[in-house]
Design a protein around this ligand. Structure first.
Ligand SMILES: [Zn+2]
Ligand SMILES: [Zn+2]
Ligand SMILES: [Zn+2]
Ligand SMILES: [Zn+2]
Length: 761
């Protein structure tokens, strides 16, 4: 999802392998991003672009004129089954495929308003009625919708508007009586009845979530930091040659204190599990619900009634305002590139969007630097090569220093030493160019240059529209000039930065649909963003802060007392409660390029006791537990087996990847294939993991779900019992987790009995 799709990845890696050694060396040895980019992109051939185009064709992101009818009918089926949420989502898909101002659009909106009415979402229902009318709802169907409108207004306590709507209707009928008078009597009666119990009939959940959002918005930083935007005055920015930049407490901080509240500089909604069409979808039109259907593509608010982009079927927004903003900021460029961006992955997309957003920063450091450097430093007209160097030097200065420009004391800060959430700060995040493998850099560079060629095909003039200042326009002109490829270098830089600096924006979501007996809530990754201030925090496997999100805003709070002078730390992912020390170290080294020396890791390394059973490995030949630090040897005295920890950790990672594939199949309802995949995983797990390993438990749990979905309650229960054992070992018999598992087991037994009774009748 972050990286390009598998097919393109392996295509490019094969291309890399076939390059002459000398070319490989040139690219591997290249020190600047511009060199890497120029060398790589010169190797991009038309047939490579053709291959990429073919892959992109698998994503249906345009508007298909035949789809609205299909989705409307599917929606109507759900509506009849009283699954109003399901119906709403399908009508939304219908809207996405309709052209503006067509009967299709208006019918989808009208049907959706009916479903929303049943869900008690009266405000949203009214909005959809307005939308249906705007797009030309047919005259003959008007009365029904007007009745619904009046009912909504009554339920919302807006009685005057309700009466107005009714009298409008009455007079239109007096003019051309097509509807029986009895219908009106019914409505009048309803009106009287409803008038009496209007109060507080608003949808409860709407009110609650609105109140929560309000409460959240009210919770602002007590005192804003003068040096760092979006941070509290209790922290301060420091730098040292070993650690780089980091934040420390300038006073004692209490648990729960808000330390950072930052809106993402850029964020891109993750396309969840959208599979390209050629991967075995039965119907041409997808009826499955993904995050892309439920969350606003700009602000990430959850919405059952999104409005789609006029130009594509992919982008959807919570409101007209969000749609317009997204369009002005970036979607005007991205709209026609939807399929390509899905193929190239989220990192590529974030990289592009960052540069598009950069166009709107006026008066910032970027402008100053670009304008200053272009007009003053070099009097001659900059040729592309020269400008590339200027840019790659100024935007982070990882190439040779010439000492001509005055460096601010801390990278990313402006001349006054202020660090802000802006493009300049984004550019100063480390891309770790020297740490990435040559193949990875080649993959990123070719993906970006393929994207650049598509952008060049679009009018460069379009890229300039909407720029606020003419000064900036002048500054950006060479950047956006197709020949210069500076744009590509900037995007390549962002793509490489993302491996260490991408922040997952998460939300708590209910999983499992109505048909699924086992439901669960889990944290899901909604989007990928860049938060320049949050990025200043260093990692610890036992951090002293916790992070949460509302919309695209991240908040970091102290999770414990932090003494004055202590560093503020957060966890990049490998938390000590989720992973053993060796696995954490390996992950941090491969993804973030550092050796973690946090107290949890220090302590873990010198640990003499064996690891807990839910993290233990077993011998591949005799299945006894194996122990040790770097090299593990079999605990069975008569066995001489030994194996390196690195080997086991990498096997575990492979296994987890396989389990991930199985889950994807499970989520997509491919039950038989999911079970095959899971049984394979189970077989593999048995050969090197302890029987109580947490991954073994997860596999059993997934198998239980898959069998339950197939209605095979006996098998389901058997697997759940095995998973239960692991949970008990890990969390204890009286833990919440254990309670949760037991509840699932009860559900299965109940369903099994129920099923059994039904079939024996
Ligand atoms: Zn929105
Ligand atoms: Zn669009
Ligand atoms: Zn650590
Ligand atoms: Zn052994």
């Amino acid at each position: 999802m972050d990286l390009p799709v598998e097919e393109w990845k392996s295509y490019i890696l094969e291309k890399w392998a076939l390059l002459p050694k000398s070319v490989q060396v040139t690219i591997s040895k290249a020190e600047t991003l511009s060199d890497i980019f120029l060398h790589s992109s010169s190797l991009l051939q038309p047939e490579d672009e053709m291959f990429l185009k073919r892959l992109s064709r698998g994503y249906l992101v345009g508007k298909d004129p035949n789809a609205p009818l299909f989705y409307r009918e599917e929606g109507n089926k759900k509506f009849q089954e009283k699954d109003y949420t399901g119906a709403t989502v399908l009508y939304s898909k219908g809207v996405s495929h309709s052209r503006p101002n067509t009967e299709d659009t208006s019918l989808c909106y009208a049907n959706r308003s009916a479903a929303l009415f049943h869900l008690g979402q009266y405000e949203t229902c009214l909005e959809d009625i307005v939308r249906a009318q705007m797009h030309g709802y047919p005259e003959r169907l008007q009365p029904k919708m007007m009745l619904r409108k009046a009912e909504c207004l009554v339920l919302l306590g807006r009685l005057q508007e309700a009466s107005q709507t009714i009298s409008d209707l009455e007079s239109s009928f007096a003019a051309k009586p097509t509807l029986a008078a009895s219908q009106f009597q019914i409505l009048q009666r309803t009106l009287c009845r409803l008038k009496m119990k209007i109060q507080k009939k608003e949808n409860l959940t709407e009110t609650v979530s609105a109140a929560l959002t309000k409460a959240f918005e009210d919770m602002d930083l007590r005192e804003e930091n003068k040096q760092i935007s979006s941070a509290s005055a209790s922290v301060s920015l420091c730098t040292d040659p070993f650690k780089g930049r980091y934040l420390i407490a300038t006073k004692d901080i209490l648990p729960g204190e808000l330390l950072v509240k930052e809106d993402a500089f850029v964020s891109v909604l993750n396309p969840a599990e959208v599979l390209p069409l050629h991967l075995g979808l039965e119907s041409k039109w997808d009826t499955r619900v993904t995050n892309g259907d439920l969350y606003c593509h700009r602000c990430l608010k959850r919405s059952l009634a999104p409005v789609p982009c006029d130009g594509c079927s992919y982008a959807k927004y919570c409101s007209q305002e969000c749609m317009q903003q997204a369009w002005d900021l970036y979607h005007n460029i991205e709209c026609s590139l939807g399929a390509l961006l899905l193929t190239l992955g989220v990192f590529c997309h974030v990289a592009l969007r960052s540069t598009l957003l950069a166009r709107f920063e006026d008066a910032g450091e970027v402008t100053r630097k670009l304008c200053g450097d272009i007009s003053n430093k070099d009097t001659r007209l900059p040729e592309s090569k020269n400008l590339v160097q200027t840019l790659s030097y100024d935007l982070g200065g990882e190439s040779e220093k010439n000492g001509k420009t005055v460096e601010t004391p801390i990278p990313g800060c402006d001349i006054n030493g202020k660090y802000e959430n802006n493009y300049y700060a984004v550019c100063n995040l480390l891309p770790h160019t020297e740490n990435h493998s040559a193949e990875y850099k080649f993959l990123c560079a070719l993906s970006i240059s393929a994207l650049c060629r598509q952008l060049e095909a679009a009018s460069p003039q379009a890229l300039m529209t909407g720029l606020t200042s003419s000064k900036l326009k002048a500054a950006m002109a060479p950047v956006l000039c197709p020949e210069s490829s500076i744009w590509g270098v900037a995007m390549l830089r962002h793509m490489l930065q993302l491996q260490c600096n991408a922040q997952a924006i998460t939300a708590i979501q209910q999983t499992g649909s109505k048909e699924n007996i086992i439901t669960d809530s889990r944290q899901v990754r909604l989007a990928t963003g860049i938060f320049p201030v949050v990025s200043l925090l260093n990692h610890s496997c036992s951090p002293n802060t916790s992070m949460s999100f509302v919309s695209t805003v991240a908040t970091v709070r102290a999770s414990q007392h932090i003494g004055k002078g202590q560093e503020i730390l957060h966890c990049y992912g490998p938390h000590e409660s989720r992973m053993g020390v060796a696995e954490r170290q390996q992950k941090l080294r491969s993804q973030y390029f550092f050796d973690c020396t946090c107290p949890a890791c220090q302590h873990g390394k010198h640990r003499t006791t064996a690891e807990p059973r839910w993290e233990a490995f077993c011998c591949c030949s005799c299945r006894a537990l194996i122990q040790g630090d770097e090299v593990l040897s079999c605990g069975n005295a008569s066995c001489t087996e030994s194996v390196s920890r690195d080997h086991l950790v990498s096997r575990l990672q492979d296994l987890q990847q396989q389990v991930g594939i199985a889950r994807k199949l499970l989520r997509n309802g491919k039950l038989e294939r999911a079970i095959q995949q899971l049984l394979g995983c189970q077989h593999d797990a048995e050969s090197f993991l302890s029987a109580e390993h947490s991954v073994v438990g997860e596999i059993e749990d997934d198998l239980a779900q898959a069998y339950a979905a197939l209605g095979d309650w006996q098998k389901s229960a058997a697997h759940l019992q095995k998973s239960l054992r692991v949970v008990e070992v890990r969390h204890g018999p009286s833990s919440v987790e254990m309670g949760h598992e037991l509840f699932k087991l009860a559900q299965i037994f109940f369903n099994g009995t129920h099923h059994h009774l039904k079939s024996s009748c």
